[in-house]
Design a protein around this ligand. Structure first.
Ligand code: ZN
Length: 86
């Protein structure tokens, strides 16, 4: 949890997170060696401070992967799938 998350749990964010989890079928997209494959979080692939909560830059993630990957601005992240339809 970084300072980028300050005041982050808004109704809008919960809605975006739910949409991303459904889009990715509640399957973790990060698939690190700690992966549980059961996505419960959403990972910002380019950093929340960069992209905000644009779903184009969000991927479903399990908690261990999300924790391990940490700050996306400091490492490689997978590309979110392009969304053509919600
Ligand atoms: Zn995972």
């Amino acid at each position: 949890v970084s300072k980028g998350w300050a005041g982050g749990s808004t109704r809008q964010w919960r809605r975006v997170r739910a949409l991303v989890l459904v889009r990715d079928g509640f399957a973790c997209q990060l698939k690190l060696d700690v992966c549980t494959s059961q996505a419960t979080c959403v990972h910002h692939t380019a950093g929340r401070s960069v992209t905000g909560d644009d779903p184009t830059y969000l991927v479903a993630s399990c908690a261990p992967c999300n924790l391990k990957l940490g700050d996306p601005t400091k490492g490689a992240s997978p590309q979110a799938r392009k969304i053509t339809r919600w």
